[in-house]
Design a protein. Sequence first.
Length: 467
Amino acid sequence: MKFAFILPKSVERRGELQYLPLGVGYLASVLLGEGHDVEVVDGRVNGYSEGDILSEVGRIDPDVVCATARTFDVAENLETLKAVKEARPDVKTVLGGPHVSALPEETLMQCGWVDFGVVGEGEETMRELAGALDRGGGLQGVKGIAFRDGGDLVKTPARGFIRNLDAIPFPARRLFNLRRYDRMALEVKRKPMASVITSRGCPSQCVFCCKSTFGSVFRSRSPENVMAELEDLVEGRYRYREIHIVDDTFTLDMKRAARIFDLIIERGWNISIAFPNGIRADRASKELFDKMKAAGVYCVFFGVESGDDRVLSRINKGETVQQIREAVKLARDEGFYVGLFFVMGLPGSTAESERKSLDLALELDVDQLSLSVVTPYPGSRLYDMLREQDLAKGDWTAYRHDFMGRRLLYESEMTEDEVKREWNSIIRGFYMRPGYPLKLLRRHGTFGLRKMYVMARSLLARKTGIT
């Protein structure tokens, strides 16, 4: 069978566009291994309109068109799949990703043009679904899907998480126009850059986190398997000079993390490594950071969420402000570019809590403060807790943690106006300091300049809605 994966344009940070969509790459690799034909149409990096994507689908002439979506970009994906279905009624349409995994029945009930929803991790499910479609039957035996059988909506039993991640083939990067992503890469020290993911699942129970796809069970690739992919990227035909590790919890298993860095050091590669998704402050040590530095790590973010211990306890973060202080100090001592992720408006947070977050970032003298607004994404405990309240059900474009959705979806101790006021205050207090640009340039050279440019664009986009 012939499959086309489509990725329509959506409102997102330019920094996201520098990353090849690894999830699609993994699914494509599995389908290729089963003998199917696969093409990818990435409208994001190519600037394709809906019409352009339809033209590409017409050229490919697929049997199945697939899309994957998070809540904040599910509207664009659904609209494009609808257009595909209207133009090609014979084509089967499949939607995967965190949103449909959290709300499979609701999504298919509302969107009659979506034939199949893939719930949870997609590799094994897509392999079996493709086989069933190719044979012309047996859909009831495919775990982890939702579909219609006549007038009935069917959701098959849940599929267990993939335990042996080493068994998954590496992403099919050859299907992508890699130069397009390289052209988008600004938040890098060197080019070309590739992203990799070495683990799935996070055992932490933060109330705002969506776990509908990878769950709470930590599963990791072996150091040897990770190195095999890195060798292909660094020494093979791609010759990448920078690697971004985009795990949710890379250092959870500190022994495994240290082993990976030891193997990189043994290779003697001249590469740069960054952790743009963040690591946990309670899974850090000087010994580990020394290895990271020797391996080529230059950039580390921490998922801090709040500078108020009371809020951290309320959201089940499992860390303390003191642990954050200690980990960030270790990272600063190594000379890393250090960024902190904060979430505003969390349960229990007040204006005083938000000011503590700013005070913590200033005290620790970090290089970047990344500020988002709490959003009750489907699949999170917060969404479940608030589902009886007046959430913007159906208007998924409002579900943006960067405030570009133009409304706050959850109010607890803080109102929307209070959150916006504190957001502006924190941005001014951190980024408008007179010595900040020179400090970033002195510490990190041209990389610091690029980061300032990207941050300025991001702040402008959040203010104006223009990306």
